[in-house]
Design a binder for this molecule. Structure first.
Ligand code: HEC
Ligand code: HEC
Length: 319
């Protein structure tokens, strides 16, 4: 008996040492790197694409990259990132060649947005947006805008503060969060002639699904519809004081979702944050003023077609 016990204690000791050694190694080696595939790509550009790119950038990037002092996309501390991920800073993405993305090629930017791999090969953890399903034309538009002389993105020599990812983030980047594949064919942009298709495209690519499904950890970025509790709310993004802001159920369930809403009420909330008889929407539900009524209405039309899920979520109201 004694011998068995000794062997057991010895075995557990070895396992503990292996685990500790692995954690130390992961902590020192940081976020994993991958090979950067060389792709042949130059973003199309035109005045119309730059206008569209600005609209998309305001909706998709500004919340994280806009700095209130420089009033440019020079990056900031992400106060709403869960503290267990570490200290997270978004980066300077103005045209500055030292601190910004002035030295990034169109292909390097596209590769990051599609796969999550930066030009130095380091994987960008999930707090940076990924766009695996975005139409080629919309990515052209975003990149054309980032390279334009708009005051939001013209060179600003504001130094970056590197993020300090926690051990948890480093572990998750080895087991759970992996780069996404490059799309195998061209992704077309739906038009307003197909409202349901357009609504689905926007609901996925403007990241509505990501906040409004069950949990960031169980979201499926490649196939958003496979995310747990798809659009049934209950996810827990944080506000800038680090408090949980529960997300509402946007499925067509009549009791707990938006099954009884009118399209006009939905457009008012999404574009202006105004909800009849209630307090205005607060961070992180930012008003999508850049959307046209047709686009916001198309999101509503699409959401009325998805499976209704009964999930009551109470609004998080603090002061
Ligand atoms: C949820 C917050 C968030 C959103 C939304 C977001 N970013 Fe980022 N972005 C970050 C963070 C944080 C980093 C730094 C990542 C790191 O440390 O690896 C980053 C890094 C980057 C980088 C790499 C910069 C460098 O010098 O390494 C680029 C380029 C970039 N973002 C562009 C964009 C664009 C364009 C959009 C919108 C289409 C966008 N980001 C949306 C948070 C965000
Ligand atoms: C960063 C996370 C986040 C993103 C992205 C997001 N939302 Fe929200 N949304 C919220 C939160 C949190 C609330 C609740 C805000 C409050 O209580 O003031 C909310 C509220 C709403 C409401 C009000 C529902 C109700 O029952 O009161 C609607 C409608 C809505 N969002 C639609 C959208 C659409 C459409 C998109 C994409 C274009 C979107 N949201 C993107 C987090 C998000």
């Amino acid at each position: 008996m004694k011998k068995v016990l000794k062997i057991l204690v010895f075995g557990i000791g070895i396992i503990a040492i292996v685990i500790i050694a692995t954690l130390i190694t992961i902590n020192f080696s940081g976020i994993p790197s991958y090979e950067v595939e060389k792709i042949d790509y130059t973003a199309k550009s035109s005045p119309e694409l730059i206008v569209r790119g600005k609209k998309l950038t305001m909706m998709l990037c500004a919340q994280c990259h806009m700095n209130s002092e420089t009033r440019k996309l020079t990056g900031k501390r992400m106060l709403d990132a869960p503290p267990e991920f570490g200290e997270i800073f978004s980066q300077n993405i103005t045209q500055d060649k030292t601190y910004g993305i002035g030295n990034w090629t169109d292909a390097e930017l596209l590769y990051l947005f599609r796969t999550g791999i930066k030009k130095d090969g380091v994987y960008s953890p999930p707090y940076m947006a990924k766009m695996p399903n975005m139409a080629d034309e919309d990515l052209d538009a975003i990149i054309a805008f980032l390279k334009s002389d708009d005051p939001m993105v013209n060179a600003s020599a504001t130094p970056d503060t590197p993020s300090k990812p926690s051990l948890l983030t480093k572990i998750l980047c080895r087991i759970a969060f992996k780069p996404l594949p490059l799309p195998s064919k061209k992704i077309e942009l739906p038009t307003t002639a197909e409202p349901i298709k357009l609504g689905k495209y926007l609901a996925h690519n403007l990241e509505c699904f990501s906040c409004h499904s069950a949990d960031f950890k169980t979201n499926n970025f490649l196939n958003p519809e496979l995310s747990e509790g798809y659009f049934a709310g209950g996810n827990k993004p944080l506000d800038e004081q680090g408090r949980v802001m529960l997300t509402p159920n946007l499925t067509p369930d009549k009791a707990t979702g938006i099954g009884n809403w009118s399209k006009a009420d939905f457009i008012q909330v999404v574009k202006h944050g105004i909800k009849k008889g209630e307090k205005a929407m607060v961070f992180p539900m930012m008003p999508y003023t850049q959307l046209s009524d047709e686009e916001a209405g198309a999101i509503f039309d699409y959401l009325q077609t998805i499976p209704a899920i009964n999930n009551k979520v109470n609004r998080s109201i603090y002061d």
